[in-house]
Design a binder for this molecule. Sequence first.
Ligand SMILES: [Zn+2]
Ligand SMILES: [Zn+2]
Length: 390
Amino acid sequence: MTICEIMALAEKHAAWAIERRRDLHRVPELDWDLPKTSRIVTDALDEMGIGYSRIRTGVVALIQGKGPGRTVGLRADMDALPVTEPDGCPFGSTHPGRMHACGHDVHTAVLLGTARALLECDFPGQVKLLFQPAEEADGGAEPMIEAGCMEDPHVDEVYGLHVMPYLPAGHIECREGALNAASDLVDITVYGRSGHGAYPDQSRDAIVCAAQLVTALQTLVSRNVSPLQTAVLSMGTIEGGTANNVICGQVHMTGTLRTLSPELRAFLKDRICQAAQGVAQAMDCRAEVRLVPSYCALINPPQYARGVLDTARELVGEDRTHVKEASSMGAEDFAYYLLHAPGAFYHLGCGFEGQENAPLHAAGFRVNEDCVQYGIAMQTALTLKALGRR
Ligand SMILES: [Zn+2]
Ligand SMILES: [Zn+2]
């Protein structure tokens, strides 16, 4: 199938997919709690005659090709954010305090549109559609994989996309290697001994210790990590103390660690523990450190990222295809699918040309729906290529 034929197919199904996107946009839901969202998905699959199974509110659908062959997985995340949408959108959120401010309504609609396009194509093997909850929360990818979504039939190649408002619709961006960072929650409690503010010698001040510790933590990236490597450690909360004249006996603080390589991740986790315990000991206090792993880094295998960029060049041209220069320190749980099958994750421009576009997660985030046809065309083209039909 030629790229022109694929683009024509995508254009044909874009209006239908945009209607589904607006349906989804009206009913933003959070985490795993996606009854209306997954209903819109399964209604559309029923309409297309595509069989599916459920993993809680996640949906795994299978399009059977003609004859035996490989299996391609395509993933869309479905959840929204606790953001209040401003008035003015004709298909605005009907759920107060919730909004599709990360564009997952577009991802889901693009995947449904891709399914419609693929139903008109001849290919061997099969295509698995992975509609995933909870990307914005604790992560839906790992539980979906644990429940078997990458097996039976085994997914041989997997693709996913994310809309990006800083790129106009019709632009595509990808990167070989690390695209998103690994993320860890850093949770530290400093224990001292409370006492009278006038008699510091009879207490152990947890606030002074915590202040030294925050400063020490800020030297880990600047002094222990090579300037040519990338890491971020940001402390976001700190609380302690009850009164101005009481020396504080306990301080609790939390932060986030972002890294791109597993080695650096392990090294910095060790250094955080050493710094906390060392500083606490020097101040005659005690520190307890809890490091809770969140998402792993998203690493695009080079060959597959190049495949995405080659397909994008064919589809939208060289000048609208971008090689992303640096990784994002944001996290994305598509990373886990790439631990089970090769493939790639890429960015689909959804901005308005020549306008200032609000970022993802902002209440002012808007989608240029022209991006839907390009998303459908890209996913269809990548699938047909993986199945030997292009
Ligand atoms: Zn998001
Ligand atoms: Zn997102």
